[in-house]
Design a binder for this molecule. Structure first.
Ligand code: KIV
Length: 272
């Protein structure tokens, strides 16, 4: 291990549970490549999610469904090489765990072995209970994901807020308790009413990380490219943009094009 690596106290699944117990909020962001992951890690983010949102953000697909296990492993291994401190969670992509628990375990093992990541995330509740159990039994930490689960977008039909009706809210609460009981170390709750998210966070002892789930949970997650404004078409209410990189990068790139055309670049000091 390098000296640099020794300077950092790594975030572990245990430290996240301790953070919940002491009331320290957990910060989580996505990253899909080495350069971005290095910035995110050194800025002090606790958890880096190699999300299947790479399907949208990196590959330009309309949904998260097309991304493959091999592609997730490629993204995850790039992120792993950049990280000194953060806990790395990798999404099991659509089609790699829904058919049967043995396949789910094989997929999770491939992610852990081939990327060096620390844990996996799966979307769903009771319908994937057996798969989660099998992965946990192999010693692989699992993060759950309830509420709006983008891999089921064609079942939902829209990306609107989930669990507004009592029956769905009750099922979500039950699923969260089940995930805790199975041994998941945390749960992402996506786009559900803040009141329900608070109720879930108070009902379980594992951390609840929200995205569009209000402030009364144990941590927050956003897609990096959205929060730094590299994307600009996607504007949900829950998204706070900390930069407008789309504009800034466009201006810089246009300037470069002008400089090349007018032979302003390179100048004498930039030449050999
Ligand atoms: O893939 C992803 O980026 C996610 C977050 C939205 C939680 O699952």
């Amino acid at each position: 291990m390098s000296t640099a690596k020794k300077e950092y106290k790594r975030v572990t699944v245990k430290s996240l549970v301790d953070m919940k117990a002491t009331g320290e909020k957990i910060s989580m962001l996505t990253a899909y490549d080495y350069t971005m992951a290095k910035i995110v890690d050194s800025a002090g983010v606790d958890v880096i999610l190699v999300g299947d949102s790479a399907s949208n953000v990196m590959a330009g697909h309309e949904t998260t469904l097309p991304i493959t296990l091999d592609q997730m492993i490629y993204h995850a291994s790039s992120v792993v090489r950049a990280i000194y401190r953060a806990l790395i969670v990798v999404d099991l992509p659509f089609g790699s765990y829904q058919s049967d628990p043995k396949e789910a375990l094989r997929s999770a093992i491939r992610i852990m072995k081939e990327s060096g990541a620390h844990s996996v995330k799966l979307e769903g509740g009771k319908e994937i209970k057996e798969s989660i159990k099998r992965i946990l039994n192999a010693g692989i930490p699992v993060m759950g994901h309830l509420g709006l689960t983008p891999q089921s977008i064609y079942k939902f039909g829209t990306y609107t807020v989930r669990a507004k009706e009592e029956q769905e809210a009750e099922q979500l609460l039950e699923d969260a308790k089940m995930l805790e009981k199975l041994g998941c170390f945390a749960i992402v709750l996506e786009k559900i009413p803040a009141k329900l998210a608070k109720q879930v966070a108070e009902s379980v002892s594992i951390p609840i990380i929200g995205i569009g789930a209000g402030s009364e949970v144990d941590g927050q997650v956003l897609v990096l490219h959205d929060m730094i404004g590299m994307t600009h078409e996607f504007n949900p209410r829950f998204l706070r943009r900390y930069l407008n990189l789309y504009e800034e990068m466009s201006t810089a790139i246009s300037q470069y094009v002008d400089d090349v055309k007018t032979q302003d670049f390179p100048n004498e000091s930039e030449s050999y």
